[in-house]
Design a protein around this ligand. Structure first.
Ligand SMILES: NC(=O)c1ccc[n+]([C@@H]2O[C@H](COP(=O)([O-])OP(=O)(O)OC[C@H]3O[C@@H](n4cnc5c(N)ncnc54)[C@H](O)[C@@H]3O)[C@@H](O)[C@H]2O)c1
Ligand SMILES: Cc1cc2c(cc1C)N(C[C@H](O)[C@H](O)[C@H](O)COP(=O)(O)O)c1[nH]c(=O)[nH]c(=O)c1N2
Length: 174
């Protein structure tokens, strides 16, 4: 008869889960770094984001988690369009600009942009850019989850990727 194996050492469990414990654990999840941009009647805006992932390829959909207290919140949600620009290792300083308390004009002055088919700014030398329309939104805790239908994919190069791991930037070559 099968039995559940017993282990000599008990599991080291953190409970209850504090914000700090969650963040410490999340810091060990390596993530791609992106700049999310928007433009339209509510103005141009952009922010650095690691909370981005693929949802489904039919229809091609990404999700983005945006803190509702971010300065870009109204522009992103009211314009209803975003471009997800995936960063290369050459964009570390740019990520700092879009991830800090920098005025919006200074953020965009730090790189070259083109206009995508949705009208969202496309970073000229991104690894790849997903031009999207926000199709659904829901609030979970402090964040707005944006489901984004991909309407165009721009560019693409094979430079080293910029990643974020243990609260610091790193790079990954293909
Ligand atoms: N999902 C996010 O909103 C998110 C993700 C990464 C970084 N940030 C911002 O960058 C700052 C520096 O991050 P850090 O990684 O150097 O240190 P940190 O200790 O603040 O965060 C560690 C990890 O926890 C997660 N995290 C951080 N803030 C979060 C939030 N409000 N909601 C959900 N998950 C969150 C991320 O995975 C992050 O890499 C953070 O304080 C935050 O303002 C936000
Ligand atoms: C590496 C890294 C990764 C992320 C962030 C920062 C950095 C440095 N930030 C924070 C976000 O970029 C930040 O709120 C704004 O750019 C600066 O705040 P204000 O726009 O001034 O409110 C962030 N915010 C968010 O809502 N979702 C996310 O996934 C991330 N990820």
């Amino acid at each position: 008869m099968n039995s559940i194996p017993s282990f000599a050492e008990p599991l080291d469990v953190i409970s209850p889960i504090t914000r700090e414990a969650f963040r410490d654990a999340m810091a060990k999840m390596v993530a791609a770094v992106n700049i999310i941009t928007t433009d339209g009647p509510a103005g141009r805006a952009g922010f650095a984001a690691t909370a981005v992932c693929s949802v489904t390829d039919s229809p091609a959909t990404l999700l983005i988690c945006l803190n509702r207290s971010a300065s870009v919140f109204d522009a992103v949600t009211q314009n209803g369009i975003v471009c997800v620009n995936v960063l290369s290792s050459s964009h570390e300083a740019l990520s700092g600009v879009f991830g800090g308390k920098t005025p919006v004009d200074e953020r965009f002055a730090a790189a070259e942009w083109r206009s995508g088919i949705t009208g969202a700014p496309v970073l000229s030398d991104a690894l790849v850019s997903f031009d999207c329309r926000i199709s659904e939104q829901c609030d979970i805790g402090t964040h707005r989850v944006l489901y984004c239908t991909v309407e165009g994919i721009h560019g693409g190069n094979d430079a080293e990727a910029l990643v974020y791991y243990r609260r610091a930037y790193g790079r990954i070559a293909s």
